[in-house]
Design a protein around this ligand. Structure first.
Ligand code: MG
Length: 539
């Protein structure tokens, strides 16, 4: 097996950011690359090792940039290619890598390819998927139930039906067409040459599944995924593919391995983590971790608490989903597509500092590479008056000044309004104040990330879930080289004394507070946690 530590992405912390919502440098109300570049010191101080940028390419922004009209251009609202390259350079100067979203499953319907295709240009017709008649399965496989009504729409200019897995303004590219695959390689090579370290690949299962109107298409084209990966490895040996593939447990292996993704988001662990928090029982999460263990040595899970989408609970049983809804998203307006919660971390946890610290500790202690969604490190809130997933995409809250320090533009010009009312208003929750206050949540998160970095066993070590008597306790034991680590977390509000853990000779490396030395039993506050390591590897 490879020396695991040499794979940068196995020992990393990713920070997910929307350029448009982060920092506006020119006062037009839209976050931009210059603004983001100025905030790189903040990301370095947080302890991030890579920044994952949500789409920023030229787009009419009908689906938050996932509807691209030019894959080679930076949208003018966020800057130009020069600004992008300078951002990458400055990130590299701070040891930060850059990952970008790769959206190849579809384009915007305003993309010149689609416009040429519908106008009858033969060269581009086959870039998309067409049908003379409305396919009988047009209502199957809808991604956004309630918002989207069909996956085939009629185009009057083309006089044909076209396929769109997502919204009707996002026609799917025809991956069965070798010319389209060649276009995709060109796009990948272009961005790699600008110095990025990899891609978050949008909608992988759809990307590799050819579609035809007759529904005679074969299954997923893993061969093509292999070609795709070897092309990337050839162009940039240490570049990584982080896939969004919300597939069933038994399909996961197909997406990993020498020909697949280097990393996949662990949706299974994410949903079971929320169920575990709702039940105050570690079992669902432990089972998910065991079920998703055993991936190839060079590969890695991406773990997360929340992201820019709704919290998808589609894998849970109806009963379990109801329980998570009841605890973390009880009202209808907090829910989305009948299976998700469109809230941010801090409001879901009721702003309870103990629970917030516990959630971050669990995230950082899970096997995998943690991905932190911008703003969650200061406990930002959501705005349920905004449509769908915009609720969790409000601007970063930098200070108690106008617009939370995000932009000097009038509020009506902002990309989205910053949260200005209630317990999560930027007047109460912002970077500047938490930066000044050593007891703030931001400082806790910084310490936790630093602790994780120093404890190399987390992330790259071999691990096992330790069986303990108390159902509320999540205990993970790691080891790498001479370092041994025991990470113990109490998911319940009741104080516990955990017996049966072999904690002799282990000392606290990081915990929610100072505890008396652990021995045969490990004491934990309600929602408390302790990361213990063997003295030989400590200081
Ligand atoms: Mg701007």
């Amino acid at each position: 097996m490879d020396a695991a530590g040499q794979r940068w992405y196995k020992d990393a912390l990713l920070y997910e950011v929307s350029v448009r919502a982060f920092a506006d440098s020119n006062g037009d109300g839209i976050g931009d690359f210059r603004g983001l570049t100025r905030r790189l010191d903040y990301l370095e101080g947080l302890g991030a090792s890579a920044v994952w940028l949500l789409p920023f390419q030229q787009s009419p922004w009908r689906d938050d940039g996932y509807d691209i009209t030019d894959h080679y251009a930076v949208d003018p609202s966020v800057g130009d290619l020069g600004d992008f390259v300078r951002f990458v350079e400055q990130a590299h100067d701070r040891g930060l890598r850059v990952l970008i979203d790769l959206v190849l499953n579809h384009t915007s319907n305003e993309h010149p390819w689609f416009q040429a295709a519908r106008a009858g240009d033969e060269r581009f017709r086959d870039y998309y998927v067409w049908s003379d008649t409305r396919p009988p399965d047009a209502e199957k496989g809808i991604v956004f139930p309630g918002v989207q009504k069909t996956t085939w729409s009629y185009d009057r200019a083309a006089k044909q039906w076209y396929f769109h897995r997502f919204y009707e303004f996002q026609p799917d590219l025809n991956i069965a067409n070798p010319v389209v695959r060649d276009e995709m390689e060109k796009i990948i090579g272009f961005w790699l040459n600008l110095g990025i370290s990899g891609f978050r690949v949008d909608a992988v299962p759809f990307l590799i599944e050819p579609v035809s109107a007759a529904n005679t298409a074969p299954g997923p084209e893993f061969d093509w995924l292999h070609t795709f990966r070897s092309y990337i490895t050839w162009r940039a040996g240490d570049a990584v593919l982080l896939g969004e593939a919300n597939v069933e447990r038994d399909q996961v292996q197909d997406y990993f391995g020498v020909g697949g993704m280097h990393m996949l988001f662990n949706f299974e662990a994410n949903q079971q983590l929320w169920l575990a928090l709702a039940r105050e029982e570690a079992a669902p999460l432990v089972e998910a971790l065991r079920d998703t263990a055993g991936i190839p040595g060079a590969d890695q899970w991406g773990t997360f608490l929340r992201n820019n989408d709704e919290l998808d609970l589609g894998r849970l049983s109806d009963e379990d989903r109801r329980l998570v809804f009841k605890r973390f998203g009880p009202s209808k307006r907090m829910q989305l597509y009948d299976r998700g919660i469109r809230r941010r971390l801090a409001p879901m946890l009721g702003g309870d500092r103990r629970l917030l610290e516990l959630a971050f500790a669990v995230l950082l202690a899970l096997p995998g590479t943690p991905v932190v969604f911008y703003g969650d490190e200061i406990g930002m809130g959501d705005d349920l008056s905004l449509r769908e997933r915009d609720a969790v995409r409000t601007p970063m809250q930098w200070s108690s000044g106008p617009n939370g320090g995000f932009s000097s533009a009038p509020r009506s010009h902002l990309v989205l309004p910053p949260i200005s009312r209630g317990a999560f208003s930027y007047r109460r929750v912002n970077v500047a104040e938490q930066h000044r206050d050593p007891s703030s949540f931001l400082h806790f998160v910084r310490r936790a990330i630093r602790a994780r970095r120093e404890l190399r066993a987390l992330g790259i070590g071999d691990w096992e879930a330790v069986r303990v008597h108390d159902p509320a306790v999540l205990a993970l034991r790691y080891h790498v080289e001479d370092q041994e680590l025991l990470a113990v977390h109490n998911l319940s509000s009741a104080r516990v004394r955990v017996r049966g853990l072999d904690a002799d000779g282990l000392t606290d490396a990081f915990a929610n507070r100072e505890y008396a030395a652990a021995s045969r039993s490990v004491e934990l506050d309600g929602y408390g946690f302790r990361w213990l390591q063997n003295v030989a590897a400590g200081y």
